[in-house]
Ligand binder design. Structure first.
Ligand SMILES: [Zn+2]
Ligand SMILES: [Zn+2]
Ligand SMILES: [Zn+2]
Length: 262
């Protein structure tokens, strides 16, 4: 396949908010020898047409982009303002330096409000100390579908307990992390997908995330060609989860790469 005819997805992180291994845990997953059981906090890079869009900036951003050779990204899209999705944002400084440009940061109004509170030194340019090496970020509110580098992105409105999260569809690829359901009107935006990445936290129910069975029910309804669970806990090893799943549903792992036809 010609690269210009596809989206390349690179998985930077696939773990829950505490990461796997968790601090101070010595369970069989946290001590597993399978590298797929070591999970950074969730993020993916979506590449097409020679450009790369980073979805979320988790705490391990620097380590993950170095490990995956992501020497440049051209825009950042944020799903929501929880710590496991935004606290690597400062690391876009290096991309600013390398490109000589500010970094577009696209997010909902509520997420942008959190960014303004969390990174005041990057926002308040008038008060900025020139001695502080700060990120140059250009905040853009997502109010509906938007275009990035010639492709339409469709926001998917997802409940995550009391928080509203944005999922995204571009082409036949969709990314829906951190959700406790997908409302009927939003499911209409997710028809005929080639690949769906969906929250699949753990085997047992959780108030703000989808369990394996809840995610499988949504996958059965939406019928993507392939689906992947993300935001996983340390409850089960990667190989044991995959053994329980139908063949077209797999589990994301850090460093995984795949193509989605455009
Ligand atoms: Zn999260
Ligand atoms: Zn553990
Ligand atoms: Zn969250």
């Amino acid at each position: 396949m010609n690269k210009s005819d596809s989206i390349e997805v690179v998985v930077l992180g696939s773990g829950t908010s505490a990461g796997v291994p968790m601090i101070g845990c010595h369970c069989r997953v946290c001590t597993s020898a399978d590298p797929r059981d070591q999970r950074n906090r969730c993020s993916v890079v979506v590449g097409y047409g020679g450009k790369r869009v980073l979805i979320d900036t988790p705490p391990e951003l620097r380590l993950a982009v170095i490990a995956n050779g992501i020497d440049m990204v051209d825009a950042v899209v944020l799903t929501h303002g929880h710590a496991d999705h935004i606290f690597g944002l400062d690391d876009v400084r290096r991309y600013n330096t390398l490109s000589g440009n500010g970094m577009p940061i696209l997010a909902s109004a509520s997420t942008l409000s959190i960014i303004r509170q969390a990174f005041p030194y990057a926002i308040d340019q008038a008060a900025a100390d020139p001695l502080v090496y700060r990120p140059q970020i250009m905040l853009q509110e997502i109010t509906g579908t938007f275009e990035l580098f010639g492709r339409v992105w469709t926001p998917i409105h997802l409940p995550h307990g009391n928080v509203q999260v944005l999922g995204f569809r571009v082409g036949d690829f969709a990314y829906c992390t951190d959700c406790s359901g997908i409302p009927a009107q939003e499911r209409k935006k997710l028809a005929s997908l080639d690949v769906l990445i969906i929250d699949g936290l753990r085997p047992t129910p959780h108030p703000t995330h989808l369990s394996f069975n809840q995610a499988l029910e949504i996958i059965a309804d939406l019928r993507p060609r392939r689906a992947y669970f993300t935001h996983l806990t340390h409850d089960l090893p990667h190989a044991e989860i995959e053994a329980q799943l139908p063949p077209h549903v797999r589990v994301l792992y850090d460093g995984m790469k795949f193509q989605v036809p455009l």
